[in-house]
Design a protein around this ligand. Structure first.
Ligand SMILES: O=C(O)c1ccc(O)c(O)c1
Ligand SMILES: [Mg+2]
Length: 620
């Protein structure tokens, strides 16, 4: 697959954009005219920069408002086009993008459109140039790629072809099967963008909300597969108009773009019956362990919470200052080593989660996919007799260990041989239900793509949750069998809990951990008795759910006493309670799912308000 990205997708000056694009490994770049107009370099100099960087100029764009104009305007537009050909010579491209006409002066009369497109194609041909005609979704006359194709087909000129842009086609829900009618050699360029499904006007949706393949809701794999089936051999070019991306790091956006493109390449090849280009994604089975970095004092605080929740310290590492707590299938590891990654993590963030271990049945497959998708591998020296667990970098510099599902018992026995406590863990908590990670709003889509690209995981729709200090965006990524679930949270509001977390914590990280229980009432009862600092929920909530869900008053009374929250949907019922936060950072949740598959989003507002009671007066 020949890859490209439009310069309009990234932040920075034109030369910086091109450097980031080349750095990440794209084959080419679309030069957006505005970027060129505002650059201090001449077009010839930009052309040389691209050659030096090894980037092809895949297309020069856009050229607007040509076909269907009154004759005198049409002549002027032709002259404008002629001048652009000189710029294209400097840039080293023969391809220019012509957007369907949006001018109020344009006619939609078909014969005129065919004639005009024929004239501009002739002109291009004389200059050795080619024109890719694109139907803008909001254009008054040609807004559908099927219409654009019928014009291109009827003009039937070697210098006129089509540009397919997934945004314009999929925002209008044009069936991708219609691409089958296009002749492959007449498709001059493919532009790709994903987008969230939004109910808004097409132009603003396109100019502000496009995102990288895999970050939105469009059926891009079908779109791309249909293009493969007609034998398209040209560039696949990302064209992402998004305010957030243009405000963010060009390197990160370019990396995510290429990551999304590689995944799309693989998915579309599989759909089109071609050999896949990536190792198939692996479904992580479950969370094998969660590792906390903590000083000795912080370790005591964590231990107090763990013990109250029914965990027991079952082992000490044979050579390191690391202990293992256990209950059910949950392993919590506290690392208080005076050096190494956990220690650096503790210095930066304070006691917190520095690593997560996911059990997988094919470590090698995950590593291969990580390598192909530019996910950073983490390697550290291991002692000769130490169990080496491969890891990749995750959120906020934390680690994601890939634990071999078949040898995990042997791993625990070898690394934590010493039994510590004679007492048995309670059986209130069975497994890790989900892990909530909080990040800057700007990183949100990036981490969403990280999980869904690397693993066999899909995302739920994005939710907006009302924090008393602003809106928090929340979205989950989960495996098909729900063995692993992460919820991602980010906010633009400076004082929302998620933003206070990032501020307090110096970066993105795990904000809470939810454990599954098959007896949430018993678990809450015993945790409270054992002194777990509970998050208290006010009485109005309980009056409301009793009425809203027609619940038995005796049950509601019990929930109120134990601070248990409730939700119900078509699938089933959800019960949940929360601890207070350890050192104002990480907190714990216990959930019982009775057929329910979501995360109690309506209760998140209640929880955020309850937590906001504990906010420090300074606003932290
Ligand atoms: O929003 C626009 O005007 C615009 C311009 C060029 C494109 O290729 C496009 O898809 C949209
Ligand atoms: Mg486009």
């Amino acid at each position: 697959m020949k890859t490209s990205i439009a310069t309009v997708s990234l932040s920075g000056t034109l030369v910086e954009k091109l450097a980031s694009i080349a750095d990440r490994g794209f084959d080419g770049a679309e030069i957006f005219e505005n970027d060129l107009l505002s650059a201090p370099q001449s077009s010839a100099e930009i052309g040389r920069v691209m050659v030096d960087l090894g980037l092809a100029c895949t297309i020069f764009q856009p050229f607007r408002d040509f076909e269907g104009l009154p004759p005198e305007l049409s002549e002027r537009a032709l002259e404008r086009m002629r001048r652009k050909f000189a710029v294209m010579d400097d840039l080293g491209t023969d391809l220019v993008l012509l957007c369907s006409n949006c001018s109020p002066e344009a006619s939609g009369e078909r014969n005129r459109l065919v004639d005009d497109l024929g004239r501009i194609a002739d002109l291009a041909g004389k200059h050795g140039k080619r024109i890719a005609y694109e139907a803008l979704a909001w254009a008054p006359h040609t807004s559908d790629h099927r219409d654009a194709w019928s014009l291109v087909r009827d003009v039937d000129h070697p210098s006129l072809g089509l540009c397919l842009d997934s945004f314009h086609s999929l925002s209008r829900q044009i069936p991708s099967s219609s691409i089958g009618d296009i002749r492959g050699e007449k498709l001059f360029i493919v532009q790709l963008a994903d987008a969230p499904r939004l109910d808004m006007d097409l132009l603003n949706w396109s100019r502000h909300f496009r995102c990288m393949p895999g970050q939105g809701d469009f059926p891009l794999a079908e779109f791309a597969a249909a293009i493969r089936r007609i034998g398209y051999e040209g560039y696949w070019s990302l064209e992402i108009f998004n305010d957030r991306f243009r405000a963010g790091s060009a390197g990160q956006v370019a990396r995510d773009g290429l990551r999304g493109l590689r995944v799309l390449e693989d998915q579309s090849k599989r759909l089109a019956g071609l050999p896949p280009s990536l190792t198939a994604p692996v479904e992580p089975q479950h969370v094998e362990f969660i590792e906390f970095a903590a000083s000795h004092a912080e370790a005591q605080e964590f231990s107090r919470y763990f013990a109250a929740l029914g965990f027991v310290e079952v082992g000490r590492h044979r050579s390191k200052s690391v202990v293992r707590w256990r209950q059910g299938d949950i392993n919590l590891v506290i690392n208080s080593e005076p050096e190494g990654l956990a220690h650096s993590f503790d210095i930066v963030h304070g006691g917190s989660v520095c690593a997560i271990g996911l059990a997988v049945n094919d470590q090698q497959a995950v590593l291969e996919r990580a390598g192909a998708l530019d996910v950073q591998r983490f390697e550290q020296p291991v002692a000769p007799d130490e169990w080496a667990i491969p890891a990749v970098r995750g959120i906020g510099g934390s680690l994601l260990y890939l634990v071999d599902g078949s040898s995990r018992e042997a791993m625990w026995n070898s690394e934590f041989p010493e039994p510590v406590s004679a007492s048995q863990p309670r059986s209130d908590l069975t497994r890790v239900d989900h892990i909530a990670q909080t990040m800057q709003y700007e990183e949100f889509l990036s981490w969403l793509l990280y999980y869904t690209a690397l693993f066999d995981m899909t995302k739920t729709p994005q939710l907006e949750i009302a924090d008393p200090m602003g809106i928090v965006y929340s979205q989950a990524v989960e495996t098909p069998s729900r063995g692993v679930r992460f919820t991602l949270n980010g906010s633009m509001a400076a004082n929302a809990l998620s933003s206070r977390f990032i501020h307090n914590y110096f970066g993105a990280g795990v904000q809470h951990i939810a454990f599954a229980s098959s007896d949430v009432f018993g678990a809450a009862e015993r945790a409270a008795e054992a002194g777990l600092p509970m998050l208290e929920i006010g009485p109005n909530y309980y009056a409301d759910i009793e009425a809203r869900f027609a619940l038995d008053p005796a049950l509601v009374e019990r929930m109120a006493r134990l601070n248990i929250l409730y939700d119900r949907d078509k699938d089933g019922e959800y019960f949940q309670f929360y601890s207070r936060a350890v050192a104002k950072r990480v907190f714990f949740e216990v959930v019982e799912r009775r057929g329910y598959d979501a995360y109690g989003a309506t209760n998140a507002t209640i929880r955020l308000n309850a937590q906001s009671q504990h906010r420090e007066p300074a606003g932290l």
